[in-house]
Ligand binder design. Structure first.
Ligand SMILES: NC(=O)C1=CN([C@@H]2O[C@H](COP(=O)(O)OP(=O)(O)OC[C@H]3O[C@@H](n4cnc5c(N)ncnc54)[C@H](OP(=O)(O)O)[C@@H]3O)[C@@H](O)[C@H]2O)C=CC1
Ligand SMILES: O=C1O[C@H](COP(=O)(O)O)[C@@H](O)[C@H](O)[C@H]1O
Length: 496
């Protein structure tokens, strides 16, 4: 089938298929001296530039406390020299309204030059700076439409702080100006879950408790905390991954079909699903959730230190780098189907996948092959790396008897389309500039996920002895308690 552009096959650089932005625009990045700006934001904007999507007139203004000039700012990035000519830098004090007055003057100068008031503020700063920045933007009158503001996770520390942040956002900006980014929603393979489920008839019919035994979602990283200890020590893995990426992927796997793929319908269904998750029982939390922290170990053949030995981490840190949990969705479709989720740092390798594991056959007709020894059908969404979808099923081995063997029929994006998938930030920044919030979170997304996780965080904090960390050697699949979590139910984590 030809795509909307009339193409049979995708071009090598898929970004060339995205519509060119016609209107001039400006992006102001707070925290422009930081990690996210260097690793994700500037590279993404540069790729959009190189793909010819950006208009002739645009500006990127970096803002942070560090003193530096435009040249020094530009020299931090590996980017096209013509793109870098659009980038400048201004030093700001996030807490000082006077500083925002001079920021405003600078921005107005740029806006005159590009003859546009199409402006995006990107808050790439530690979360405790969001509120002062939002308030100072408002005091300076920089919150007027069509300005948009992008905020990064973690959206608060708990339900109360998330609500405070949301109240501040909504006091100074209207909902269509607010973009709460979860970069997992910008991943091509995460969006593909929707196409797989809702553009195929055969799978949706079996996507329920009559056919599905359980679902496993794994977000494993081989890296440790790296240079982000300052951030991670205040956050931990539950807030870093589960409150956002994990629950959003979970919602896409389990939600009902929206009547159309537009911002509100899609977001309504996502939130409806999140609201159907059964609250975790605090009294017997140990049976539902496991927290771990990496010790020393060997990852990819290299010896690595324990989390507590990483620079910037407290020697007695009680911060989790691994979480596994079991959830149920209390609705007609999923009643009785457990969802097992796990994520962690310094695990064996980087892999993110969702496996929908179907029930075993009820009876085996093959002599010597008991039905419960036949591995079940599984549909696997590999979100990264080697992005694709696999269907695991039994086939007859080519021998005289009737011996089944499990094999996997694999679709890999790279083999079929032969294209490099766009980075999530490329896609999402484009959407922000175009003002399309479909792939962004809403206030209720955040509140419902905090409602689920808040009691857990509180229980952990109130009783650190009962919920002490399970140390796992780096380079393994987490603590043995995580294995027990699923094995108690007669199931096993998939071997990845
Ligand atoms: N890095 C990543 O991979 C990801 C980051 N995020 C989120 O993006 C945001 C930015 O992350 P990241 O770039 O890693 O953050 P950084 O720790 O690199 O901080 C960004 C900038 O904020 C300023 N800053 C840092 N600490 C303070 C402070 N205590 N007071 C005032 N200013 C400070 C610094 O600039 P200066 O000193 O010049 O003012 C720094 O360059 C965070 O909310 C993070 O959660 C989300 C997903 C991934
Ligand atoms: O948001 C975050 O995500 C990264 C993992 O992202 P991925 O796209 O590489 O899967 C994680 O390392 C980081 O701790 C977290 O803040």
């Amino acid at each position: 089938m030809k795509c909307k552009l009339g193409l049979e096959r995708c071009p090598d650089d898929i970004l060339r298929c995205f519509p060119k932005i016609e209107q001039s625009f400006g992006v102001v990045i707070f925290g422009a001296s930081g990690d996210l700006t260097k690793r994700k934001l500037i590279p993404a904007l540069n790729r959009l530039f190189e793909a010819g999507i950006l208009p002739d007139r645009f500006f990127v203004l970096g803002a942070a406390r560090t003193n530096m000039d435009d040249e020094e700012f530009r020299s931090r990035f590996e980017a096209h020299p013509d793109f870098l000519r659009h980038c400048s830098y201004i030093s700001v004090d996030y807490h000082n309204p006077e500083s925002f007055k001079s920021l405003k003057n600078t921005i107005e100068g740029f806006m005159k030059r590009i003859n546009s008031n199409n402006l995006v503020f990107y808050l790439a700063v530690p979360p405790d700076l969001y509120i002062p920045i939002l308030e100072n933007l408002s005091k300076a009158g920089l919150n007027r439409k069509p300005a948009r503001v992008v905020i990064e996770k973690p959206f608060g520390k708990d339900l109360e702080s998330a609500r405070k942040l949301e109240d501040t956002l909504q006091k100074h900006f209207q909902e269509d100006q607010i973009f709460r980014i979860d970069h997992y929603l910008g991943k091509e393979t995460v969006q593909n879950i929707l196409v797989f489920r809702f553009a195929n008839f055969i799978f949706e019919e079996i996507w329920n408790n009559k056919f599905v035994d359980h679902v496993q979602i794994t977000m494993a990283e081989d890296i440790g905390v790296e240079h982000r200890a300052g951030y991670f020590e205040n956050v931990g893995l539950l807030r870093d991954i589960f409150q956002n990426h994990m629950l959003q992927v979970f919602a896409l796997i389990a939600m009902e079909p929206p009547s159309s793929f537009n911002g509100e319908n899609f977001r309504n269904e996502r939130v409806k699903l999140l609201r159907s998750i059964r609250p975790l029982p605090v009294k017997e939390l140990e049976n539902w959730i496991v927290r771990g922290q990496y010790g020393r170990g060997v990852v990819n053949g290299k010896e690595v230190p324990a989390y507590k030995e990483e620079p910037g981490v407290a020697e007695d840190s009680n911060v989790e780098t691994f979480v596994a949990m079991k959830l149920f969705v209390d609705n007609w479709r999923w009643s009785g189907v457990p969802f097992y989720l796990r994520a962690g740092k310094r695990l064996c390798r980087k892999i993110t996948e969702v496996a929908v594991v179907f029930k075993k056959i009820p009876h085996s007709i093959f002599a010597g092959v008991p039905s419960d020894e036949l591995e079940p059908n599984t549909i696997v969404f590999t979100i990264q790396p080697n992005e694709g979808i696999s269907l695991e099923f039994q086939v007859k081995r080519p021998c005289p008897g009737m011996f089944p063997q499990l094999l996997s029929m694999d679709f890999k994006y790279e083999n079929y389309f032969g294209v490099k998938l766009p980075d999530a930030y490329e896609r999402l920044l484009l959407d922000v500039i175009l003002g399309d919030a479909t792939l962004f979170m809403r206030r209720d997304d955040l509140e419902v996920s905090w409602e689920l996780l808040d009691p857990v965080l509180k229980a952990w904090e109130d009783d650190p002895v009962r919920f002490s960390l399970n140390i796992y050697p780096a380079g393994t699949w987490g603590p043995k308690e995580a294995d027990l979590l699923i094995e108690r139910d007669g199931r096993k984590w998939r071997k990845l």
